[in-house]
Each structure stands twice: as C-alpha cells, then as structure tokens.
Design a protein around this ligand. Sequence first.
Ligand code: SF4
Length: 330
Amino acid sequence: MSTDTARSSDAAAAEQGGLQLDARQRSMLQAMGIRLWEPDFYKQNTAAAQQNIAGAAIKSVANRAVQEALPTVAAAPTLAPAPVAAAAAAPAAARAPAVPAPTAAPAARPSAPVTLQQRPDGIDRMDWLQLQSAVQGCQACRLCASRKNTVFGVGQPSTEPSLAPRADWLIVGEAPGENEDIQGEPFVGQAGKLLDNMLRAMVIDGQPLARHSNVFIANVLKCRPPANRNPSPEEVAMCQPYLLRQIALLQPKIILAMGRFAVQSLLGSTEPLGKLRGRVHTMPLDAARTPVIVTYHPAYLLRNLPDKAKAWADLLLAMETLQPAEATPS
Ligand code: SF4
C-alpha cells in the first residue's frame, strides 16, 4: 500500500467515522483538554445515536412501568405502540410534548334531586301505548331518581302500538339490575341467558318458547333499585298497578312468577317460595283467574345450581297446566 493510499485510507476512515469514540472516552478526552474535530456527519450521527439512547431509555422506563402495572402478564414481546400509562411514567423531559393527554372521564355526578309526583290517574283504563308512556315518565317513587331507563318489558312487537303484544306466556321477574337499567330490557346478562335457555327447553305446539315470540317478560318494578338492593314494600306497592294493567292487556294463558318479590307482588303471600312451588295459584286481583306457577329466579339458580332440577319441575308443571295433552319438554 502506497503512502498516499494509506493517507487517503485514514482520511476516508476519519470521514466515515473511523475515530469512533464512545461517550465516556469523549468526556475523558474533553476533561484532559483535548479538543476533538468532528466532521458534520459525525455530529449528526452522534446526535442520532444520543436520540436512540434517549429513546431506549424511555422505552426502558416505559417497559418497566408496563411490567409493574401488569405483573401477571408474562414476557410482553413489544412495547409499540407505547401505552399511555407507560408514557406518563417516563421522565418529564423525555415525554413527547405533541401527544395530547387523554381527557379524563367526567366524575359521576350525584343524581339531581327529584320531586316525586303522583302516579298518573286511570292506569286501569290505559291502552298499551299509554301505559308504556306513563311508565316512562313515572316519578311516583324514589327509584326514578337513580334509574337510567325504565324497563317496561319485552315481547313480540305488536303491529298496532296501542295493542298489547300477543303472548300466551308472561314471565314476571323482580326488578331491573345494572345491565337491564342500561339497556332498558329485562333479563339481560347471565340471568337472561339462563332464562332464554329455560324458555328454549319448553316446546309448545312443536315450537320452543323464545323471548320475542309468544312470551312477554316483565318485572315487578320498572326501575332499578340502587346497587341492586331489595325493593321496599312501598316501591312494590307503588309500581304494582302498572304490572296489573300489563296482565289485563296481555291476557296471558299462564304466568311464571320468578323469585320472592314476584311471588309476593302477584299472590300477596309472604310464605317462603319453596312452600309455594309445585302448585297452581291464581292472583287475588286477577278477574281472569290466570294460572300462576311459582319458581326460582334465574339469578338465584346461577348461584344455586342444584335447584335447577326443581326449576325444571316447575316448568313441566307450567307446560302441563297450559296444554295437558300437547306440551312436551325438548
Ligand atoms: S319503580 Fe315504578 S312506581 Fe317507582 S318510579 Fe319506577 S315506574 Fe314509577
């Protein structure tokens, strides 16, 4: 190799960053008073490298924050895109200023005070549409203050809104829970799924029952008691005329009363549910003498699986009562 070639090779090496010093070596040279000449490309590369180091540091901090926040998640393979929580954990100077912070969810506001009003007159003369509207605007008990929606009931929609849906079967539960309150429909969630399965298991005239066909599902209370507490006797009494009018308009052939509060409201009995099962009842306030079968609430059955067999016996009794010759379990 000639001298020129060697020089140009050194120059090339220098120009290409041949003098490769790490940060520690560079600070040592500076401390010793040795000033370094750096080509522009080297400055740029160094700046880029420093950015990479800073980026790696951010990732490292973010990584640690994610791992601390999710201790049960094993070996998360990647951090991109960085979670908001992780970015917040990075040092303030390293946070990207252009990323707007997510807007915090507004704090839940306490319910506005509600003035209770009398229940509308003439409930016993209302048609289906008027009844629905009366329930929707009802402020006759304090449950109206905390409800999101009233839960009127669900069935096969009628072609004429003022007429009740056609329903041979009426299922009466207790009160809306959280999901029912949000969706405005009774028996949703796990208890609703179990009820749907129970209905499907009953075959009438060759057709399994279903919530939108020949069945209407309602509750004793049309509004959710806060935190799913038990309804008070006053609330049950205040809401009862709506349910009685629903029964009068629906004219079901049979009623399944599910759970203690449905039984107490319909039969006016405080006997334990277990003692009322296995018999056919009628409601004291029902001129049509519609048969009522008492059974467990699906939410109770989810917690007490052995009682499902008893509930199945109740459904068989209901089918036998309705159509002695034709009803068959699936
Ligand atoms: S629970 Fe019944 S009586 Fe009470 S506000 Fe609701 S609809 Fe009216």
